[in-house]
Design a protein around this ligand. Structure first.
Ligand code: FAD
Length: 387
């Protein structure tokens, strides 16, 4: 299909549905949920009811068979109102369900996927370790075969959706041997509640206050050999390819944040007066908001381009990194400027812009830092590899 910026009727409809959900059901509760620091089980289930949690999964797996671009529209709309629920949607689908869709055997997909799609359960994706996340191949977690069980020892850090009341399992990477002088890394599914699988207290984060994020430990934790996800030795490559899709969706989340800043600032700059006129009539303020809109539109274009390339089956790694890098750095700037537009009110978490300011920073870190995106783009351009 030729490139077109016109969304299909189905995409427009979905966008409208998610916008209504976000403004009517999420927006009025965002302040309270973030203040309470709770994973919202009911809103998560509601996303299941709306079909958002299986949007890009094949119909035969209970999904809607939509493309990545359509999923990005949903993430943007939720993220425009609340970044915590936006990242929960992104991570539940791309990090929680997608590894099963792409690498799971038929029996695994039949067993684990339907409750995830319905919003009854959620799954985690555990790659990062306490000793480092960027150097994902430098992991220490090990799994050894004992009869028909894998025995896992090690730890993971900053794992989303791993300790909610509805967590079904986490997919982890572990060293399972050695191949050609290198660590053989395999992915395994560890069900919640397995003896030896310890889920620690929620991390006290700067933003994303209504998510579930924890460190995990594995101490002689046993799972059946049937819980191996994908081929032995392909665990790291499989996880990294999931992150390519995730980067596009994180870019969409950042677009939502920037657009949310525009929405809030346009309203505030029209009603707040200083020196006898609305502050939006002062060009210093109007120009900040105009710059935010430029960022929202440019970041959205980059995101849609990356998603479209993915959906066309074309190589899209460079486009994913460009979108993620641009959108997330622009989100940090937009959130800072939005707080400035709100003056003192912008430094309160009662205001969405104050929460956006807290939430923006981590967008430059999760699913590959800005430095990693620059390294990937440089590599795609054929620049010499660092030694
Ligand atoms: C809220 C939150 C949620 C998360 N959710 C998950 C999750 O669900 N699952 C999961 O597996 N992980 C998750 N993470 C972990 C996240 O992916 C890592 O924090 C991230 O990849 C960076 O790894 P690190 O924190 O170990 O930083 P480090 O790898 O220690 O990096 C520190 C700094 O050094 C830079 N750096 C490292 N190597 C290089 C290099 N070669 N060249 C240039 N700069 C370099 C990095 O860019 C960074 O700025 C989450 C993190 C947070 C904060």
């Amino acid at each position: 299909m030729a490139l077109s910026f016109a969304l299909s009727d189905e995409q427009e409809q979905l966008r409208g549905t998610v916008r209504r959900f976000a403004t009517q059901e999420v927006g009025p509760r965002a302040r309270e949920l973030n203040a309470a620091g709770q994973f919202p089980v009911d809103l998560f289930a509601r996303m299941g009811e709306l079909g958002l949690l299986g949007l890009p999964f094949p119909v035969e797996d209970g999904g809607s068979g939509a493309d990545l671009l359509t999923f990005c529209l949903a993430v943007e709309e939720v993220g425009r109102v609340d970044q915590s629920l936006g990242i929960t949607l992104e991570s539940a689908v791309i990090l929680g369900g997608m590894p099963l869709v792409r690498f799971g055997g038929e029996e695994q997909r039949r067993r684990w996927l339907p409750p995830l799609v319905r919003g009854e359960r959620v799954a985690g994706f555990a790659l990062t370790e306490p000793t480092g996340g960027t150097d994902a191949a430098g992991l220490r977690t090990r799994a050894t075969l004992d009869g028909d069980e894998w025995v896992i020892d090690g730890g993971k850090a900053f794992i989303g959706n791993a300790g909610t009341p509805v967590t079904s399992h986490v997919a982890i990477t572990a060293i399972t041997g050695e191949r050609d002088g290198r660590a053989e890394i395999t992915s395994l599914l560890v069900p919640a509640g397995t003896p030896g699988f310890v889920v620690h207290e929620r991390n006290r984060l700067v933003g994303w206050h209504a998510i579930d994020n924890r460190h995990l430990s594995f101490d002689g934790c046993r799972v059946p050999v049937g819980n191996q996800l994908g081929r032995r030795g392909r665990g790291l490559a499989n996880f990294l390819s999931i992150l390519d899709q995730g980067r596009v969706a994180i870019a969409a989340l950042a677009v939502g944040l920037i657009q949310g800043c525009v929405d809030e600032c346009v309203a505030h700059a029209g009603r707040r007066h200083a020196f006898g006129r609305p502050i939006g009539a002062h060009q210093a303020i109007a120009f900040k908001i105009a710059d935010m809109q430029v960022a929202a539109q440019t970041a959205r274009d980059a995101t849609w381009r990356a998603a479209w390339m993915h959906d066309q089956g074309r190589p899209y790694r460079r486009e994913a990194s460009v979108a993620k890098l641009y959108a997330t750095e622009a989100a940090v700037t937009a959130a800072r400027e939005a707080c400035q537009v709100f003056g003192g009110l912008g430094f309160t978490t009662d205001q969405p812009v104050g929460r956006f300011y807290q939430d923006a920073k981590v967008l430059e870190v999760g699913e590959g830092t800005s430095e990693v995106q620059r390294l990937l783009i440089a590599r795609e351009l054929g620049l010499p590899e660092p030694r």
